[in-house]
Design a protein around this ligand. Structure first.
Ligand code: BGP
Length: 483
């Protein structure tokens, strides 16, 4: 297996899942800060975010007790980042994917000037990364838009949010132009359709049910236009910068080879890829515009949007990859949850405790598909396994399941590279335990580094190395040879 020289190895996190300090140094509340954790429930997906309405938001903001809002405390990366970066450097990381919390820079999204303390925090963070030999990969929007834009405009449904975002990104490019070369615009840009509040600040109770899908596509269109605008801006401000799109890669297999299953599967895959199509090609695929027409979906596009999309094509394609899904037209086919989706169960695959199907070969399949379609360099910027870890009496944490998950996925990624796929890097989700995006649980752990904190926020926040820590270190040291 031959990972290219200079291949980036590392991990990925999002501000709202690690930083904490949600109302410190001028930060405004984001949509993530009002998502509730309900104790004693077997949460497997985004229930609390889906049920979001104005009354819930008002109650969350009036709640003096942060206990039920785990993203407000994260793992206190805001104050622990130096220690955490040292641990990442010890594993040999050459890249760390982080996001910038929009609300640290523009607390309500509409201030005339950026918040200096917020800007300084990330300046310090990037400086510390470089000191540790770690290249930053920065996501501009990772499920953490200003709550004020959600309540005032119903989020990305309103076209005015484009300018708010462009202003935020411009401030970031200006400030970090000498520190950050690699950027991503929207995390999992496709997930608006599945989780409108978290990803686009759309308050579902404000939208008639039969208009929800159209509303989501409208918000998505605004995000796609915004993304293209900021790609162009980044290229102008930071010569040589590389800006990518980020897709939830949900490769779907047909449950059977019955033609109806195959057609349903093809439709799923076209829908999944269309987001990246627009980013890479700068235009909507004809098949998707037809699909809108057939479903009676009207997306308002201004005449100038076509030129904007064309002028802001991305330099590379990135994705999260956790699982594949299966499709069937049989309404009785057994279902299983996946990353932000519910799909048909694949009888050939094992699953995690949260029902996410484990499919390392699906990663190879997905990379080949993406490279063949786009002919752009790829990065896998999220891949990992949520699991319940046990701390032994002596403090050690044995996580062979995690090692096995990564061993197989990295091996398949190596094979894809051998087959000709061009790849720049791989950042695992997540190198350190953090708050789960969908469930808000702490106990759904992803890290090589354990963080002493439970679902209710009890714990010392002490960091410790799991067995997988030493394994990943060895993988990086051998540039993926020693798995
Ligand atoms: C992706 C998100 C991440 C992340 C990951 C794991 O969809 O981009 O933010 O959290 O999934 O999901 P979860 O935390 O729900 O297990």
């Amino acid at each position: 297996m031959s990972f290219p020289k200079g291949f980036f190895w590392g991990g990925a996190v999002a501000a709202n899942q690690v930083e904490g300090a949600w109302n410190v140094d001028g930060k405004g509340p984001s949509v993530a800060d009002v998502a509730t954790y309900k104790p004693n429930t077997d949460v497997k997906d985004y229930k609390s975010h889906v049920a979001m309405d104005d009354a819930h938001i008002a109650a969350a903001m009036a709640d003096p007790d942060d206990t039920y809002y785990p993203k407000r405390r994260g793992i206190d990366f805001y104050h622990h980042y130096k220690e955490d970066l040292k641990l990442f450097a010890e594993m040999g990381f050459t890249m760390l994917r982080v996001s910038i919390a929009w609300t640290r820079i523009f607390p309500t999204g509409e201030e005339a000037e950026p918040n200096e303390k917020g800007l300084q925090f990330y300046s310090d963070l990037f400086a510390e990364m470089h000191k540790n030999g770690i290249e930053p990969l920065v996501t501009l929007s990772h499920y953490e838009m200003p709550l004020a834009l959600a309540t005032k405009y119903n989020g990305w449904v309103d076209r005015r949010v484009i300018d708010c975002f462009a202003k935020f990104c411009h401030a970031c490019f200006e400030r970090y132009k000498d520190q950050v070369k690699y950027w991503l615009t929207f995390n999992e840009v496709d997930s608006v359709i599945r989780h409108p509040f978290t990803t686009a600040g759309i308050i579902p109770s404000r939208v008639p049910e039969d208009k929800m899908l159209e509303t989501c596509y409208q918000a998505l269109h605004h995000q796609l236009v915004a993304s293209a605008m900021v790609v162009k801006d980044c290229h102008e401000i930071i010569p040589g910068s590389k800006v990518g799109c980020m897709l939830t890669k949900l490769t779907t297999y047909a449950r059977t080879c019955a033609p109806d299953d195959e057609l349903a599967t093809q439709a799923k895959n076209l829908e999944n890829l269309f987001y990246a199509d627009v980013h890479v090609w700068g235009e909507y695929p004809r098949l998707i515009l037809k699909m809108f027409e057939h479903k009676g979906i009207h997306v308002e596009m201004l005449p100038e949007d076509a030129a904007t999309l064309k002028a802001g094509c991305v330099d590379f394609v990135s994705c999260s990859y956790y699982m594949t899904m299966t499709e069937s037209v049989d309404p009785n086919a057994e279902r299983t949850p996946g990353n932000t989706v519910l799909g048909v169960k694949n009888p050939y695959l094992p699953s995690t405790d949260w029902g996410w199907q484990i499919d390392p070969k699906g990663l190879r399949y997905s990379l080949i598909e993406l490279y063949d379609r786009y002919r752009k360099p790829l990065m896998v910027v999220e891949n990992g396994m949520g699991a319940k870890d046990v701390v032994e009496a002596d403090g050690s944490i044995h996580d062979p399941y995690r090692v096995e998950y990564f061993r197989q996925h990295i091996s398949e990624m190596g094979k894809a590279i051998d087959e000709g796929v061009e790849m720049w890097g791989y950042t695992t989700w997540a190198p350190i335990d953090l708050i789960s995006a969908s469930t808000n649980q702490m106990s759904k752990r992803y890290g090589f580094i354990y963080v002493d904190q439970d679902d209710m926020g009890n714990g010392t926040l002490a960091r410790s190395r799991k067995d997988s820590f030493y394994w990943y270190k060895k993988v990086i040291a051998s540039n993926g040879e020693d798995l």
